[in-house]
Ligand binder design. Sequence first.
Ligand SMILES: Cc1cc2nc3c(=O)[nH]c(=O)nc-3n(C[C@H](O)[C@H](O)[C@H](O)COP(=O)(O)OP(=O)(O)OC[C@H]3O[C@@H](n4cnc5c(N)ncnc54)[C@H](O)[C@@H]3O)c2cc1C
Length: 469
Amino acid sequence: MVNKTNVQAAQETASTISIPKLRKEFKDRVIAPGDPDYDRARTVFYGGTDKHPAVIVRVADTHDVVRVVNLARESGLELAVRSGGHSSAGHSVSEGGIVLDLSNMKDLQIDPESRTAWAETGLTAGEVTTALGAHGLAIGFGDTGSVGIGGITLGGGVGYLVRKYGLTIDSLLAAEVVTADGQIRHVDEQAHPDLFWAIRGGGGNFGVATRFKFQLHEVPDVAGGMLILPATPETVAGFIAESESAPEELSGIGNVMTAPPMPFLPPEVHGKLIIMAFLVYAGEAGAGERALAPFRALATPLADMLKSMPYSEIYPPEEGGDYHPVAASLTMFVDQIDRSVAETIVNRLQLSTASMSVAQLRVLGGAMQRVPADATAFAHRNSKIMVNIAALYEKLEEKATHEAWVADFASAIRQSDKGAYVNFLGDEGEECIRLAYPGSTWERLAEVKARYDPTNLFRLNQNIPPAGA
Ligand SMILES: Cc1cc2nc3c(=O)[nH]c(=O)nc-3n(C[C@H](O)[C@H](O)[C@H](O)COP(=O)(O)OP(=O)(O)OC[C@H]3O[C@@H](n4cnc5c(N)ncnc54)[C@H](O)[C@@H]3O)c2cc1C
């Protein structure tokens, strides 16, 4: 339902920036309160966010981006930068401010010879992966095709090639960034190396990334897909042990969760705890079969869809854009998941009253770990296992219950690694942002921020205030 008061407030703010003038400048790329597209255009992936921006500009190119950045700086209005709109903190839409929506910027230039590509940041992980797949090439993004390459890349990028080729940022060669002063900057190891370091993990703090240049990897067919096992303390601990001892060609995700009513699962399994695992072995086929065998042997699979397939098939076709879950969630790293930790995970999931609850487990290491921790702004190179705990629910009044469940669960399994991955943080405040950027990483980022965004124009994000502010 549209809240009239908020719409009126947004309209009033909009009048201070002259929507008619913006329509002249940006033509049909401007969406303002009262426009037929307004409600759809202000909607982001996660439900529970109901913000009313003064204006949304669907930029067409880098020059549009410069104009919107200048407008935000001159008007003082809050600026939300949106690539794929999947921010779990609700950062891709502003209350009363400007939304710079990159979703129409989808140019992709692939050079199979040099195995590089320039990709505009309105592209999604799925779109890039499908296009690269036609050449037998790939970049590792995350587990979901609709996530924007803007957000995932700037925060790090942990996906199905993380152990083989590292984080998404480990394949980033250069970027085009519009900084707070409206300058278009080519950024790489030689040009603005401080900024190049900061945008590899530091998120949207330093400017609008309009294009990325990636190193591509030869990834033709892979062995992998979905494997569903019953979740018990033994299978969960076994899944982790096998993931740790697997060759680094294999990366995977184990979602320990209540079984949804999927048609290929027997009805008596619905609502029971399962491990919904997604595995990818990026290497020679026979070796892939051998690497997957121990996972199949953990228990009699409830569904076994592991097969040889083009890498791009890891992202199933998207089913429309009307799924907007409301989630209580928390991200953390743990050092180990032995049988006792696995038992806690299983027990805690059984206590949840949410419509769906999940502990997502990802064993890291391999190529990701070989990059020195201070080489990029992603500082958690030595973290062993990432855990994301989430409760999905419908009734907003249940928020406190599910948030408490998530927090208690996290406390019950917390170990020595106190870090957090910025891309899975919600709107949790500076203390949690500092967990993503421990010690000298924070100080270095704050200095780069002071150099390129001294007034904190880019503040609607997991914010790092400029040093000295
Ligand atoms: C269903 C789901 C699955 C996910 N799976 C994974 C996963 O497997 N691995 C993983 O690593 N992450 C994963 N994530 C987290 C994801 O990487 C972050 O939410 C990411 O920020 C989303 O990027 P986006 O462009 O879609 O989001 P947006 O909401 O558009 O952007 C998020 C923030 O990033 C910044 N930003 C985005 N684009 C730009 C740009 N071009 N220039 C400057 N700043 C920008 C802005 O500050 C913005 O607020 C997942 C998220 C969801 C919702």
